[in-house]
Design a protein around this ligand. Structure first.
Ligand SMILES: NC(=O)c1ccc[n+]([C@@H]2O[C@H](COP(=O)([O-])OP(=O)(O)OC[C@H]3O[C@@H](n4cnc5c(N)ncnc54)[C@H](O)[C@@H]3O)[C@@H](O)[C@H]2O)c1
Ligand SMILES: [Zn+2]
Ligand SMILES: [Zn+2]
Length: 361
């Protein structure tokens, strides 16, 4: 029987979100209904509300979540009712050309639940990133559920479902940071701070955190940054070179995603170094660089989708490290809030007051 639960809905472009009754159908083949326990507030939710992603209003927001599987549909074998899971927004298909080449983290055919959740009047909802977890329960594709150790707190575990994984993965997967490397991270919000943590986990010897906000630099230091650069009025490239014997960093991670920060990242890396773009640019942004510099500086320029993570490989491993006290994920939970606190949380995020506000249900 379809269920009625509460959900946070963005009704139209720029309009404040509101709590509505939503209808969650029983899971069909390959689907699961998850009882959400916690869901972080991410910039992408705000982008949806502002119409910056697409126009398919109304949206059911929320996508950084953990919870317990309540029921599964026909043919689901990977999870069962009662499993504690983190939701992911890239359920890999196993059959596309990327998957078949053994590179499932690039899957070009990720999928979501086939059925739609609706408002009471039958209006179909568009769940944010195919999840929609600012709700008591949500319907997803079973492949979007990754089972992890239930000893982890849901408000912490859920964060691996988006921004924190993107940052950790930008360092450990895409950037392939290794023992002894020098790493610079431009922009130390939730994503960049996680990149700092990832660089430390990977054994980087020098981790340079760069931000315009003193508070973000302080957090980055507590997570393992060895040096900080306040970007306002500073030549960031010179500052990074000055901290790396005049050469630049082996890996520079742009967790802002603007042409000017990308250029800083490009020139602040050592010859043959790596640039990782994990911040998401907007459609009107353009990049201009001398092509000879692209050639002459060698190395690699990479983008990081979702930290190039493979949820089935990375989520359980990272949760285990967290439970062993080797990965400080607690630091990302700035506050826990109720379902009606999402609009206020957008405000705090906008002012840089929090790394993450997390809705606890
Ligand atoms: N690639 C992915 O899969 C993925 C996943 C989640 C989020 N993201 C993106 O990552 C980016 C960061 O997300 P977030 O949640 O950390 O956002 P955030 O707003 O919390 O953090 C951004 C940080 O960058 C700093 N900053 C802004 N301009 C700067 C500049 N010129 N120089 C130095 N620092 C600057 C801000 O002070 C802030 O601390 C966003 O673009 C987001 O959309 C990407
Ligand atoms: Zn695939
Ligand atoms: Zn997100």
């Amino acid at each position: 029987m379809a269920q009625q639960v509460r959900g946070v809905v963005a009704p139209g472009r720029g309009e404040p979100v509101r709590i509505e009754t939503i209808i969650v159908p029983d899971p069909g083949p390959g689907e699961a209904v998850v009882k959400v326990q916690a869901c972080g507030v991410c910039h992408t939710d705000l982008h949806y509300r502002e119409g910056g992603i697409n126009d398919e209003f109304p949206f059911l927001l929320g996508h950084e979540a953990a919870g317990v599987v309540e029921s599964v549909g026909e043919g689901v074998t990977e999870v069962a009712p009662g499993d504690f899971v983190i939701l992911n927004w890239r359920a890999v298909c196993g059959q596309c050309r990327a998957c078949l080449r053994g590179r499932p983290w690039y899957c070009f055919n990720t999928h979501n639940a086939a059925q739609k959740m609706t408002l009471e009047d039958g209006t179909e909802l568009s769940p944010a990133l195919g999840i929609g977890a600012f709700a008591d329960k949500t319907l997803v594709a079973a492949g979007q559920c990754t089972k992890v150790d239930p000893a982890a707190k849901a408000e912490v575990a859920g964060l691996l479902g988006c921004g924190v994984m993107a940052g950790l993965g930008a360092a450990i997967n895409t950037g392939n940071v290794g023992r002894g490397d020098s790493v610079a991270v431009i922009g130390c919000g939730g994503v960049g701070a996680a990149a700092v943590l990832g660089a430390r986990l990977a054994g980087a010897a020098k981790i340079i955190a760069i931000d315009l906000d003193e508070r973000k630099l302080a957090t980055a230091t507590s997570l393992g940054a060895t040096h900080t650069v306040h970007a306002k009025g500073t030549d960031v490239v010179e500052a990074v070179q000055g901290l790396t014997g005049g050469f630049g960093a082996d890996v520079v991670i742009d967790a802002v995603g603007r042409p000017e920060t990308y250029k800083q990242a490009f020139y602040a890396r050592d010859l043959a170094g790596t640039v990782v773009l994990v911040g998401v640019p907007t459609p009107e942004m353009k990049l201009e660089l001398p092509l000879l510099d692209v050639f002459g500086r060698g190395g690699s320029l990479k983008s990081s989708w979702y930290g190039d993570c493979l949820p089935s490989r990375d989520f359980p491993m990272l949760i285990d490290l967290y439970l062993q006290g080797r990965l400080d994920l607690d630091a990302f939970v700035s506050e826990t809030i109720a379902l009606d606190g999402v609009e206020a949380a957008f405000d705090k995020m906008h002012h840089g007051d929090v790394l993450r506000s997390v809705v606890v249900l």
